[in-house]
Design a protein around this ligand. Structure first.
Ligand code: ADP
Ligand code: MG
Length: 466
């Protein structure tokens, strides 16, 4: 285990582990401390996929029967193509749910069943309370118009119509009056950053802008659910990145439920609140980016994620630990110095009653204040240093190295109300860089623990799963 305070040999301790730590803040649990998304769980389900199969071919029902008995795609080949096999998941309202997999894994087939374009061979797709399998054709058309819209990779814009009329097209088909549909389309164009281009023709736009028109068209329809099938895959990397950011912004303001398909892992990890990984028709893992990275369900997923830049995907929230010492702003120097002495730290973060981070206090200053004012000093405000640069819970690891290097204290992590929600000791940051799969010996290999990388420093992670 670790050296206790009575240890005589401190030379084996990594220097970073002596970084000051803070005493427990007993209030709320840490959002995202387990690497899970802090989406509230009580959100209603927008789309529910229940045991869905889709087999193209001559004998689809027989194929489903065999698949249910454990057969794979290849086993039922003579009966048909098993495009989707036993898909089950719920997408919450306001969630971005990404379906990721290699080409041919069944993504497009799956998403086409979500808007009723394909009928499942078996299983159910529910939009809110409506089961797409049981509604009649007319109800289905109405549902598709009012509840789901779709953005494709190659967007078919009508070449002789203006951008505005292209964006208004689905509304026109619905029979909406010209003035009203143009107003809605214009709002949607403004949202995607194409305000001012409404009178242009598609040929006057770049590829990225055309894709924005596609997005505007889907937004103009004002449905709760957006389905996006490789919507950004044909774009240049930089434009693609811009579109991703814009989608995240739009999602923040509009709160749409988005089901986004991609074969690109980095895109999936960047956009998805949760990700479903598909392989040969089956969903092999569903989880947050962090869960998939740190605990891949099988070798396939592990290989998929092997070359992901973990520092771009993992965020402060996933590595921060509980602050083990904080000093209340309202306390006096006696409280401050006792707190630091007990935690064996030379400095600590100071928070007010609302846990808002107010600065740092040093033990020497607290002792000096105590000496000069005795018991008269009731406040430490005069010795609190501000100039702390906290990071937000969403900050990617890649952006934490500079603050960590500059700060003698563990990096402070604050929420959107500037409350201290966690800290990141430098050693924790370094540990987080190690892919978990590399630490485990292969099942077929002999015991390789001797060669294993440095053992986990349990001291720095014990607060994380409290
Ligand atoms: N209409 C169809 N008829 C027959 N097979 C199809 C049809 N659509 C897709 N497939 C097959 O289903 C499998 C999954 O395809 P798809 O859903 O398009 O995958 P992805 O979108 O992940 O590339 C593939 O083997 C594909 O050839
Ligand atoms: Mg596809």
């Amino acid at each position: 285990m670790t050296a206790s305070s009575t240890s005589t040999s401190t030379s084996t301790e990594p220097p970073t582990s002596t970084a000051p730590v803070l005493i427990p803040v007993e209030t709320e649990p840490f959002p995202g401390a387990h690497g899970t998304d802090p989406l509230p769980d009580d959100r209603p389900v927008a789309v529910s996929v229940q045991g869905v199969y889709k087999v193209f071919g001559r004998r689809p029902q027989e194929a489903v029967r065999r698949l249910k008995d454990g057969a794979g795609r290849a086993d039922v080949k003579s009966l048909g193509t098993a495009a989707v096999i036993d898909a089950s998941f719920d997408v919450k309202q306001g969630e971005i749910f990404v379906v990721m997999g290699l080409s041919g894994s069944g993504k497009s087939t799956l998403i086409r069943m979500l808007n009723g374009l394909w009928k499942p061979t078996a299983g159910h797709v529910l939009l809110g309370d409506d089961d797409l399998a049981t509604v009649n054709a007319k109800q289905l058309r109405a549902l598709r118009r009012s509840r789901v819209s779709m953005v494709f990779q190659h967007f078919a814009l009508l070449p002789h119509r203006t951008v505005l009329d292209n964006a208004a097209y689905p509304l026109e088909i619905q029979g909406m009056g010209k003035a009203e549909r143009r107003e809605k389309a214009q709002q949607a164009l403004d949202l995607v950053g194409l305000g001012g281009w409404q009178d242009s023709l598609p040929s006057q736009l770049s590829g990225g802008m055309r894709q924005r028109v596609g997005l505007a068209r889907a937004l103009a329809a004002d449905t709760d659910v957006l389905l996006m099938d490789e919507a950004f895959s044909a774009l240049d990397p930089l434009i693609r990145r811009e579109m991703q950011e814009q989608l995240l912004d739009l999602q923040q303001t509009l709160g749409k439920t988005i089901i986004f398909i991609t074969h690109d892992l980095n895109e999936a990890m960047h956009l998805g609140d949760r990700i479903a990984v598909m392989r040969d028709g089956r969903t092999v893992q569903i989880g947050t980016a962090e869960e998939i990275l740190s605990d891949p369900a099988n070798d396939y997923v592990a290989q998929f994620v092997a070359d992901v830049d973990r520092t771009r995907v993992l965020t402060a929230a996933s590595v921060m630990v509980r602050p083990t010492a904080v000093v209340p702003l309202g306390g006096g120097p006696r409280v401050a110095s006792r707190t630091m002495r007990e935690a064996q730290v030379s400095a600590a973060y100071v928070v007010d009653r609302q846990r808002v981070l107010r600065g740092v206090v040093r033990d020497a200053d607290a002792v000096a204040l105590l000496k000069s004012s005795g018991d008269h000093a009731t406040s430490i405000e005069s010795i609190v240093h501000d100039g702390v640069a906290p990071v937000s819970v969403d900050t990617p690891l890649a952006e934490l190295f500079a603050p960590a290097a500059e700060s003698p204290l563990p990096v402070a992590v604050t929420d959107d109300k500037n409350r201290l929600v966690g800290v990141i000791p430098r050693v924790t940051l370094l540990e987080a860089m190690v892919p978990p799969t590399l630490e485990e010996p292969d099942a077929v290999g002999q015991d390789t623990t001797e060669d294993a990388p440095a053992p986990q420093d349990t001291t720095s992670t014990e607060g994380a799963d409290a």
